[in-house]
Design a protein around this ligand. Structure first.
Ligand SMILES: *Cc1c(COP(=O)(O)O)cnc(C)c1O
Length: 327
């Protein structure tokens, strides 16, 4: 990847374009079956640019409470876009389903904000990398479209959803007007995301990217990393999914902790008591990096720098820590 970055042909993407970035954007648009795509420095900026173009200030978007766009983007929906988030309550689990969205739609009223957008996420980070299957994603999209609402899909990990389910990226992307995909998660590139959609939308998103300070000049060095990742690290996401199952089996029930059965590369561990900080600190002492999700939940993410042998060892260490912490 470093070699590909060093060898990348570059131009000035703020002025008249960068050839490697153009190639990446064309490749992503093609894979997602969309007309056009635009390279961004981050998934958050791509999400926010999508919201900015889809929505007017004073309207509201609908998403679930753990959606990245609401939960992990420092209130940018409100701060940058002037848009309110309305949280759809899932009838079970973390991810909203079509019936939940239908129930959340309000009758038009002069007293209520107009809805402007539905945001979906696949895989869903907060739900432990859960895949929303194609039929369910279509059903969600149908509810939105029947209500006249555009759909933005936060597909930071759409790659994982596709590899895990065997559903093509384009079939998932067809459920949404615009789609964000990230290169810096499981694909292992240092930087970057793309926003894909209709050409006229992407022209507006280019304005949003500029406004949010995301213009990049010799961006080809970064696009080359993303192209390398797509070519070499896509199919191997299946290895991360297999590793997640091995890790989950190793830690499930240790000390009374329970894992959320992983669909993809994320393992959420629910602790029997709110001592996530202690568990994360003990794991770090033992050379295993976990993140604290909330006081009684920690997250483990499998990735291309962790071999199966390392994951097995990490599972043994974390299981021992859980057993001693919650004895
Ligand atoms: C990481 C992530 C983002 C944001 O991407 P950044 O490049 O970190 O800004 C958005 N959505 C989901 C689901 C993510 O996991």
């Amino acid at each position: 990847m470093r070699q590909a970055m060093a060898n990348a042909e570059v131009g000035d993407d703020v002025l008249d374009g960068d050839p490697t970035t153009r190639r990446l954007e064309a490749e992503v648009a093609e894979r997602l079956g969309k007309e056009s795509a635009l390279f961004f420095p981050s998934g958050s900026m791509a999400n926010q640019s999508a919201v900015w173009v889809h929505s007017r200030p004073g309207t509201e978007l609908l998403c679930d409470a753990e959606a990245h766009v609401y939960h992990w983007e420092i209130a940018a929906v409100a701060g940058l876009c002037g848009v309110q988030s309305r949280l759809v309550k899932p009838s079970s689990g973390t991810v909203m389903r079509a019936d939940d969205l239908r129930a959340a739609l309000r009758l038009p009223s002069i007293h209520a904000p107009e809805p402007s957008l539905v945001c979906l996420e696949n895989t869903h980070n907060g739900a432990g990398g859960a895949v929303t299957p194609l039929a369910e994603l279509r059903a969600l999209s149908d509810v939105a479209r029947e209500a006249g609402l555009p759909v933005h899909l936060d597909g930071a990990r759409l790659w994982n959803a596709s590899v895990a389910s065997g559903t093509s990226l384009a079939s998932f992307a067809d459920c949404a007007d615009t789609v964000m995909v990230s290169f810096s998660k499981g694909l292992g590139a240092p930087v970057g995301a793309c926003l894909a959609g209709p050409a006229h939308f992407i022209t507006q998103a280019h304005r949003a990217r500029k406004r949010f300070g995301g213009g990049m000049r010799q961006s080809g060095v970064l696009a080359a990393a993303a192209l390398h990742a797509l070519e070499h690290h896509f199919d191997r996401l299946a290895d991360d999914h297999a590793a997640a199952r091995v890790f989950a089996d190793a830690v499930d029930s240790a000390g009374g902790a329970r894992v959320v059965s992983p669909d993809t590369n994320i393992v959420m561990i629910d602790l029997p008591a709110p001592r996530a900080a202690q568990v994360v600190a003990s794991a770090a002492d033992q050379g295993v990096r976990l993140s604290m999700w909330h006081a009684s939940r920690v997250r483990a993410v499998m990735h291309l720098d962790a071999s199966m042998a390392m994951v097995e060892e990490a599972g043994r260490r974390v299981a021992r820590i859980l057993e001693s912490e919650f004895r």
